[in-house]
Design a protein around this ligand. Structure first.
Ligand code: MCN
Length: 791
């Protein structure tokens, strides 16, 4: 096919619009709408005694003030627990507005609607909430001791406890395997909180015309928001539309659905009969959205003289914050994907999910995997150090070999299905990354170190995603899928897939995502699933359309469909030049022929009448079993996730005086199966690495003993600038997934996952000091140096 665009580094077609200020984000919409501000709890833990709104009512331009008591039952009930799990014995979610008790600073208590945001904020300032301050539960281990409770009815603050155990081939438990091993190590790892921090915060804008409710939300899951809004507000689903406009990043935080604001803003719009809008500010994003990462891990490992892991026993304390809207998906991902690309003798993992009076925890890019990789890769480095062996050699002896796929790690995922790696070539990846970074020739010296980290990533999770494809009589191809885009480049890659499948030029294809008017059934963009899920669904829908186009064209050309091909927007008889009479027909004409309601609207329709075979009077206008039009819809639903993998290596230099870490080189070898667009995948990896560098060296959420987030601004929460991010050298390995028609695996989170582990590995190498925590800031490295020289 000359229109083969799958696999090409096509520049992102959305960038021109987004980079020149022509994107339409949530706050660009709804000029003139009423605006909302919230009174949020200033306390980490308190009982609400009384709320006095009387002074606020005098503010000019105030429209309404609502507390929990003003909400109807179905609006005010606790938000749904989205992913229940049997081990989550004490799942708790918040009410949209606090009812009686607040459990973290930032929890919404009162909603104010006014003519504009300034007036709404003025009114908020006049509202008096009388709180009885309760003892806050801050700090993971403190919380696990259970002296004070976040939820009165959750003993020990333990929301969930789960143990998974995979015995060795000889039936030994992990603990037995560790005790019987020739070498053993035990250590503790600490991982701090960070957060998604998209450039654009959350936001909702709603309008109601008495019958239909239209909601715009800066969301990663417009179809789920639609279902939640319809259910909470009692509006029939066909009368609710949810549209994600341009979304300025999500990185996980915008998958939560519904956010309280996504219910409250449309509810107010319906009640007031006015357009209503709320745009999150940065402080709200810090204190009232979601965080991730915080875990304490205790590791015991037993290994042989070569460094083969015979037994691994990991106990994890996971900080869940105040609520569990996403169940225990994060610690489940940590515990089930921790083993990475390795064949481990016996494994036991136990986690406890602990409530604290801090912002709730929901998945953030990588979702539990950076913590798991930190654990496994620190373990590999420590084994190498103990045995005096090269770190890559220890990894090599543990790697799963290509002939062992499909490889069952013996773990069970959230949905109860086994976790099976579908394909990969890990030894080749190791060879490639070593070569790319120059591992063997590396000259180590004090203050200069090299590090490595490996990971696998379950991607393309179900249950389904769909695609709709329509060819119109101008030959244009209109593709829609229900999941949303936050900057991943879907407009480009989905067009590449459709153009390749249908044999049309790329500029003939347009793509719409995240608009329930165009596609109603979808799951959402998270867990690196869009390429696998919607990519395959769109390809399947295109194949349906292609088959139909060939049938119609065959009729018109009096040829056998098997002898036809489509390229450059023309259906032609294979082997005959397009110039041969009756040898080809434009796809646009096929689209005209596909609809018996044929008027000569345009030249194409007029030309279509020359195909006598397709218009003969003794033929039924619509062939039996056919639908009118050249369009098709299909869904893709995988049996299980497909496993992408990667290996990163880095060279760092540490400053002898300031203890600052400088990344000198950063190399990535990545395998996401067949690449749709290598340039976009590299962009995803570069962005992920940048985000990972933040988590490895700079970012943390600092809560004081009162549960106040003391660095809740970009002045104080340290994110890396471009100056801290190295050039990322990338190489791809393509082992297609056998699980889906296009052979794709996901790529959207890969960059971020191993960065803390690889930088810890390199800093440890440079300094000769164990690095057992992330992030590792200059002050911490400085302290570690002092502690190390003193012992
Ligand atoms: N891709 C490809 N070939 C493959 C795999 C992927 O060309 N074999 C392309 C895809 O077509 C898509 C991109 O790479 O354009 C990422 O694909 P995928 O791995 O399917 O990830 P999703 O599209 O599902 O995006 C979600 C993922 C996640 S989970 C987070 S978090 C994240 C990320 O994407 N958030 C992002 N990348 C982000 N990028 C931006 N700019 N903003 C975010 O909020």
């Amino acid at each position: 096919m000359s229109t083969r665009l799958f696999g090409e580094p096509v520049p992102r077609r959305e960038d021109g619009r987004l980079l020149t200020g022509r994107g339409r984000y949530l706050d660009d919409l709804g000029a003139g709408a009423l605006e909302v501000a919230f009174v949020r709890s200033p306390h980490a833990h308190a009982r609400i005694r009384d709320i006095d709104v009387s002074a606020a009512l005098d503010v000019d331009g105030l429209v309404a003030v609502y507390t929990w008591e003003d909400l109807p039952e179905r609006v005010g009930r606790p938000l749904p627990l989205l992913i229940p799990h049997p081990a989550l014995t004490h799942g708790r979610t918040a009410h949209p507005l606090a009812r009686e008790v607040v459990r973290h600073v930032g929890e919404p208590v009162v909603m104010v609607v006014a003519a504009d945001r300034y007036l709404a904020e003025d009114a908020c300032a006049l509202i008096e909430v009388d709180y009885e301050v309760l003892e806050p539960v801050v700090g993971l281990e403190e919380a696990a001791r259970g002296a004070h409770l976040v939820h009165e009815d959750v003993p020990g603050n333990v929301g969930a406890r789960l143990v998974q155990e995979v015995p060795s081939a000889t039936g030994a438990s992990a603990r037995e395997a560790v005790s019987a091993a020739p070498h053993r190590l035990a250590f503790r790892l600490d991982i701090e909180r960070s957060a998604s921090m998209p450039l654009e915060g959350r936001g909702v804008y709603a309008r109601w015309d008495g019958t239909d409710l239209r909601v715009y939300s800066s969301t990663q899951t417009s179809t789920s928001v639609r279902m939640a809004v319809a259910a909470a507000l009692g509006v029939p689903l066909p009368h609710v539309e949810v549209i994600a406009p341009d979304v300025g990043g999500g990185f996980g935080v915008k998958i939560v659905h519904p956010w309280p604001e996504e219910i409250l803003v449309p509810w107010a719009a319906m009640l007031l009969g006015r357009e209503v809008k709320w745009t999150e500010d940065r402080r709200e994003h810090f204190v009232a959205s979601a965080h991730e990462r915080a875990q304490v891990q205790h590791v015991e490992v037993g290994f042989d003289d070569e460094g083969r892991v015979l037994g691994l026993d990991v106990t994890i304390l996971h900080d869940h914050g105040a609520y569990t809207p996403y169940g225990i998906i994060v610690p489940i991902i940590t515990s089930t994907q921790l083993l990475g690309p390795y064949r481990i003798g016996a494994y036991r993992v136990e986690f406890s999910s602990i409530y604290t009076n801090t912002v709730q925890v929901t998945p953030y890019r990588g979702a539990g995997r950076p913590q798991g990789v930190f654990c496994m890769e620190r373990t590999m480095d420590k084994i190498a150090r103990r045995l005096g062996r090269d770190r890559t050699e220890v990894r090599r002896v543990n790697l799963i070999e290509p002939h062992e796929f499909p490889y069952d790690q013996g773990m069970t995922f959230q949905d109860g299905r086994p976790l099976i790696y579908d394909s990969g070539d890990y030894p080749e990846m190791l060879r490639m990354v070593k070569e790319l970074i120059g591992w063997d020739g590396f000259e180590r010296r004090p203050g200069r170190g090299i590090g490595i980290a490996c990971y696998v990533e379950g991607t393309g999770v179900g249950p389904y995603e769909g695609g709709h494809v329509m060819v119109t009589s101008d030959g244009r191809v209109h593709v829609s899928t229900g999941l949303t885009s936050q900057g991943q480049g879907h407009e480009t890659v989905f067009a590449q897939i459709a153009a390749t499948e249908l044999g049309v030029p790329l500029d003939r294809v347009s793509v719409v995502t995240g608009d329930t008017r165009r596609f109603g059934y979808a799951v959402g963009t998270f867990a690196s699933r869009a390429a696998v899920m919607s990519g395959n669904a769109i390809a399947l829908a295109c194949r349906k359309v292609r088959e139909k186009a060939l049938r119609i064209a065959a009729d018109a050309l009096e040829a056998d469909p098997a002898d036809l091909e489509i390229s450059d927007g023309l259906v032609r008889v294979s082997g005959l030049g397009a110039g041969t009479p009756s040898a080809s027909i434009p796809l646009s004409t096929v689209a005209v022929l596909a609809n018996p309601l044929r008027y000569a609207f345009d030249d194409e329709a007029a030309r279509a009448t020359q195909f006598a075979g397709a218009t003969s009077p003794d033929r039924p206008p619509v062939a039996e079993g056919e639908e009118p039009g050249l369009e098709g819809r299909d869904y893709y639903s995988p049996v299980r996730s497909t496993f992408a993998a990667g290996m990163h290596a880095a060279i760092v230099e540490t400053d002898p005086l300031t203890a600052e870490v400088r990344i000198v080189r950063y190399a990535v070898v990545h395998d996401c199966g067949r690449l749709i667009n290598p340039m976009i995948v590299e962009g995803q990896i570069h962005g992920g690495v940048a985000q990972g560098v933040g988590g490895a060296l700079y970012e943390r959420m600092v809560y004081d003993e009162h549960g106040q987030l003391v660095n809740a601004s970009f002045m104080d929460f340290l994110m890396p600038y471009a100056t801290e991010i190295p050039r990322v050298e990338t190489a791809h390995l393509e082992t297609p997934s056998p699980l889906n028609p296009l052979g794709i695996k996901g790529a959207g989170e890969a960059g971020v996952i191993p960065v803390s582990a690889v930088l810890a590995s390199a800093v440890e190498d440079a300094e000769g000091i164990p690095i057992d925590r992330m992030p590792i800031s200059p002050s911490e490295l400085f302290e570690l140096r002092s502690g190390h020289s003193g012992t």
